[in-house]
Ligand binder design. Structure first.
Ligand code: ZN
Ligand code: ZN
Length: 353
């Protein structure tokens, strides 16, 4: 945790702030270790404060030993000036993407009404902690590893259980139950089981449609272990595979393996996306791959870096992200293959072999 705080403090100068107010829940957890659902961090160059209400004070003291835990109560106006008096910042950074317009109005109202904070300058920040989170440390990689292994066992279990006549919802529930019974926290996103024409929708909701032989079945699922997510997709077919299925599956797999083999540290998200996209385009399915190649995975299932045609994010060692090319043909169905991987010594490393 201390290293993370150090890295954050190094960003104070470039952002021209002397303290930062953290309200985003995963950022709060990342910097303090506090897992409660309510609380704020106030961090200056030499002070660490975690403000939370009475329900969480004891938990916060246990989980965030480096922080001074301050109990807060009621409206922002009742505790904010008091909290700031401990640091007296002149320029306070806040997380603009996690602050609603109404929330911002509350801040400015409190500042207007309290002489002690009326001269405070609020500096909107974007992705300050999120960019730190993009590079995982050893401890985080171990947790993600457990999460990936669990998701992988769940999909293997589903493949062994799946039979024609079962509905998408039945299978989705079997997967979710397996994940929970084998150590996952509440799953990070709604599990997708999409069969036949439904699989042409990248984000289909499991329906009561019964699964038939010979059609694509897309299963997209993730586990959450000690706060860390994984994200995995497999596409299967019961019974005999049609020529189309074989052809599409082969292209998608080649696209994924190409990106895994050729992605390097220092490439942008756009460049990595291009590795897989080129394979799909060359095979004649340019318009059938309508989403980005992947996304970072960590405390949340979609985080930095983004891997897509518009992404300028640069891949670094310790980045954890998905590689998930797909081909979707309206009326027929789709094939997507997704794995969560990391970059180590400049190259892609799989969590599972
Ligand atoms: Zn997924
Ligand atoms: Zn994904």
């Amino acid at each position: 945790m201390h290293k993370r705080i150090q890295k954050l403090r190094q960003k104070f100068l470039e952002n021209e702030i002397d303290a930062i107010f953290i309200s985003q829940s995963e950022n709060r957890r990342y910097l303090s270790g506090f897992t409660g659902s309510e609380g704020y961090l106030l961090i200056s160059q030499d002070i660490l404060i975690l403000a939370t209400d009475f329900r969480y004070v004891e938990q916060a003291q246990k989980e965030s030993r480096n922080f001074e835990v301050v109990k807060i109560k009621g409206e922002l106006s009742e505790w904010f000036p008091n909290l700031l008096s401990k640091i007296k910042p002149k320029k306070l950074g806040f997380e603009s993407e996690n602050t609603t317009f109404a929330g911002y109005q509350k801040f400015t109202k409190v500042m207007k009404e309290n002489s002690s904070v009326s001269k405070l300058c609020l500096i909107p920040l974007k992705g300050t902690v999120e960019s730190l989170r993009a590079q995982k440390d050893k401890n985080e990689l171990e947790k993600i590893n457990k999460s990936v292994i669990l998701a992988n066992s769940a999909v293997k279990y589903a493949i062994s259980e799946i039979k024609t006549g079962m509905t998408e919802r039945e299978i989705a529930w079997k997967i979710e139950k397996f994940l929970r019974e084998n150590g996952s926290e509440p799953v990070p996103f709604e599990i997708i089981v999409a069969s036949g024409p439904n699989s042409a929708l990248p984000h289909a909701h499991p329906s009561n449609r019964q699964i038939l032989t010979g059609e694509p079945i897309v299963m997209d699922l993730g586990a959450k272990v000690e706060g860390y997510c994984s994200d995995l997709t497999r596409t299967i077919c019961l019974g005999e595979q049609s020529q189309t299925f074989k052809e599409i599956y082969d292209i998608v797999l080649r696209a994924q393996l190409t990106a895994i083999a050729d992605a390097r540290k220092g490439m942008s998200g756009k460049e990595v996306d291009g590795l897989a996209r080129a394979v799909i385009e060359k095979a004649g399915y340019k318009d059938a791959f309508g989403h980005g190649l992947g996304h970072g995975v960590g405390l949340v299932v979609h985080e930095l870096p983004y891997i897509g045609p518009n992404s300028k994010d640069i891949l670094t060692d310790g980045a954890v992200f998905t590689i998930e090319p797909g081909i979707y043909l309206s009326g027929w169905g789709g094939v997507r293959i997704e794995d969560t991987v990391t970059l180590e010594k400049g190259r892609v490393k799989a969590f599972i072999e």
